[in-house]
Design a protein around this ligand. Structure first.
Ligand SMILES: NC(=O)C1=CN([C@@H]2O[C@H](COP(=O)(O)OP(=O)(O)OC[C@H]3O[C@@H](n4cnc5c(N)ncnc54)[C@H](OP(=O)(O)O)[C@@H]3O)[C@@H](O)[C@H]2O)C=CC1
Ligand SMILES: CC(=O)C(=O)O
Ligand SMILES: [Mg+2]
Length: 591
């Protein structure tokens, strides 16, 4: 078996070697000898493939018409494929034509998921080569609709479902997953899916989508990614009444029952995959999200993407915007509409950055930041009744009940929407921002597009082309008075793939706030003069793999600096190292 594997590795040649794959070079560097030898026992297709027919139905190894004549001879594929031999490039061209022929975004999504199930490398090649066009298909906004209709479009499981029925057996359940060398888990309990609320078990679309980005944008190999949905029921009556609902048909478990299940899951993860597996919490409701993060951040390698990944991406945009706005972060006043995970997470990281850069105490730095929730401006007279994560933002001020009043009185230079409620940056609100600021910075972060606080068109027209605008879900460039404006996509997708990859390649054992700052700094530094001239505060997503390598290197560097990295010795050039470890979807030769 070993000589066969060696031949495959040699035959792959430089251009197709995947240093993070089980048969490519660099395995020992990145995964350690134990993991590598374990992989060799479980994954090589040469061992598991019984016949050509099975090979064609194995998405990890299927190449479809791109199997060469020699491969067809060697692997019993003769007659199972039509005579034509294709290249991967031609397959990409054909698939893109096919995807573009669908008018309905959900049909494009289903086509992409079917491709992922059929030919994984082709799926990733398509996604990487057409990232700006396909991100809105596999990610926000379309993934939101896919989750809403997941019961109807569900065909094959794409991740692991852990429900209350599995209580006491979660370790066994993890072992049912076919891959053993897991490096990144994205887990949701489905209670706050984008701005669409409780979608229960159907939230699975989110971990699946996020992990597709981990591989395409960040370079973690797909077989090292595990999407998980914890199903403790749903309070969404529409789903409970839906005959096609795929989850537990009960109201959500809470309290001890909920936390016991999560504890069993987190322990089983550590026991099964070791302490270097990264767990990304995604789209939990805030009453659990903060508590889970606080509970596990000192014992596991975890981060919450909605609280921390979002904070890092927004901070990067703000730092970049200073080139357009002038001054430092400390010179600005920030107003958030929405004071949950995203809002308070971003607010805290901005305060930390201001405090770090200026030596102003954190308490003081926070005073430049104001938040509005569903009851109005958060002020000290409300302190007693506030959730713990809002308390640091309860400044002394008279109560204000509307966003418009808050804008007029607080006079922010930056307005950030993290409410999950669409169309709330009304014309009055945006015009008030434009009356106070020469260049109002407006971020409508809520997803999907239907929940965006305002559109790009509204932001540009209501400010007569003066707004610097970005949003969580993508908007097309907009032309106003003969000038083209390119709205940025302020979405944690810029950060989590590179952040996670940096943790993986350094063998980090904990996530530290300074890593979030390091990730922000790397992203902000990718914005060039050419981008600023178009009003952009984020670099184009088309360059995301290069950007992710820089983010990963900065994060890994911080892990080494903080003594949290276990992969030793530290590579001299972390950017080059990150690039060399990235998964690439080029087909391997099976001769
Ligand atoms: N662009 C990106 O990368 C990201 C975007 N998001 C988006 O941000 C949104 C919020 O997510 P998250 O912070 O996790 O959600 P949370 O539920 O934690 O927070 C929502 C906040 O909005 C407030 N709110 C809700 N309705 C209103 C209203 N009508 N008026 C004023 N405030 C209101 C809530 O107030 P109260 O506390 O009083 O209930 C709460 O403070 C979602 O749409 C999500 O998709 C999230 C993460 C990343
Ligand atoms: C982008 C993201 O994580 C969210 O909207 O929840
Ligand atoms: Mg999220």
């Amino acid at each position: 078996m070993e000589s066969r594997l060696k031949r495959e590795k040699d035959a792959d040649g430089e251009s197709v070697v995947d240093p993070t794959s089980t048969v490519g070079g660099g395995v020992e560097d990145v995964y350690g000898e134990d993991r590598a030898s374990e992989d060799l026992l479980v994954t090589p297709w040469t061992v598991s493939v019984a016949s050509g027919y099975t090979l064609l139905r194995d998405p990890h190894h299927n190449k479809g018409l791109a199997f060469t004549e020699r491969e067809r001879d060697s692997h019993y594929l003769r007659g199972l494929l039509p005579p034509a031999v294709s290249t991967q490039e031609l397959q990409v061209k054909k698939l893109m034509q096919s995807i573009r022929s669908y008018d309905v975004p959900l049909h494009k999504y289903v086509a992409m998921m079917e491709l992922q199930e059929r030919n994984e490398r082709l799926f990733y090649k398509l996604l990487i080569d057409n990232v700006e066009e396909l991100l809105p298909v596999v990610y926000t906004p379309t993934v939101g609709e896919a989750c809403q209709k997941y019961g109807s479009i569900f065909k094959r499981p794409q991740g692991l479902y852990i429900s209350l029925k599995e209580k006491g057996k979660i370790l066994e359940v993890l072992k049912n997953w076919p891959e053993r060398s897991i490096q990144v888990i994205v887990v949701t309990d489905g209670e706050r899916i984008l701005g669409l609320g409780d979608l229960g078990c159907q939230g699975m679309g989110i971990p699946v989508g996020k992990l597709a980005l981990y591989s395409a944008l960040g370079g973690v190999r797909p077989s090292a990614c595990l999407p998980v949905t914890i199903d403790v029921g749903t309070n969404n009556q529409k789903l409970l009444d839906d005959e096609f609902y795929i989850g537990l048909r009960q109201k959500r478990a809470t309290g001890k029952e909920y936390y016991d299940l999560l504890e069993e899951f987190m322990s089983a993860v550590k026991q099964n995959y070791g302490e270097k597996v990264l767990v990304q919490f995604e789209d939990f409701a805030n009453h659990n999200a903060f508590e889970l993060l606080a509970k596990y951040k000192t014992s596991h390698l975890v981060f919450n993407d909605d609280i921390q990944g979002t904070a890092s991406v927004v901070l990067a945009g703000l730092v970049a915007s200073l080139k357009l706005l002038g001054g430092s972060l400390a010179d600005h006043t920030f107003l958030f509409f929405g004071a949950g995970e995203a809002g308070t997470g971003i607010a805290e990281l901005i305060a930390l950055e201001i405090s770090t850069k200026t030596n102003i105490p954190l308490e003081e730095a926070r005073k430049k930041i104001w938040l509005v929730d569903s009851k109005g401006l958060i002020v000290s007279s409300r302190k007693e009744s506030l959730q713990h994560f809002k308390k640091p933002w309860a400044h002394d001020h008279k109560p204000l009940s509307t966003l418009l009043d808050a804008v007029k009185v607080i006079k922010p230079s930056v307005l950030i929407g993290t409410s999950g409620v669409g169309k709330t940056f009304t014309k009055d609100v945006v015009e008030a921002m434009a009356a106070i600021n020469e260049r109002p910075l407006i971020m409508a972060l809520s997803n999907p597009t239907s929940q965006a606080e305002c559109t790009a068109e509204q932001a540009y027209t209501w400010t007569e082309g003066r707004a610097i605008f970005s949003s969580g879900s993508p908007f097309d460039p907009y032309e106003y008075n003969g000038k083209s404006f390119i709205p940025g996509q302020a979405n944690n997708a810029y950060i989590f793939p590179g952040l996670g990859f940096g943790l993986v390649i350094s063998g980090a054992i904990r996530v530290h706030d300074e890593m979030l700052l390091a990730a922000s700094e790397a992203l902000a530094s990718e914005v060039t003069q050419e981008h600023y001239e178009k009003g952009m505060i984020y670099p184009p997503l088309a360059n995301i793999r290069k950007i992710s390598a820089h983010i990963a290197a900065n994060v890994a560097g911080k892990a080494y600096e903080l003594g949290l990295a276990t992969r030793l010795p530290r590579p001299a050039d972390l950017v080059k190292y990150a690039e060399s470890c990235m998964y690439t979807p080029i087909y391997r030769s099976y001769i």
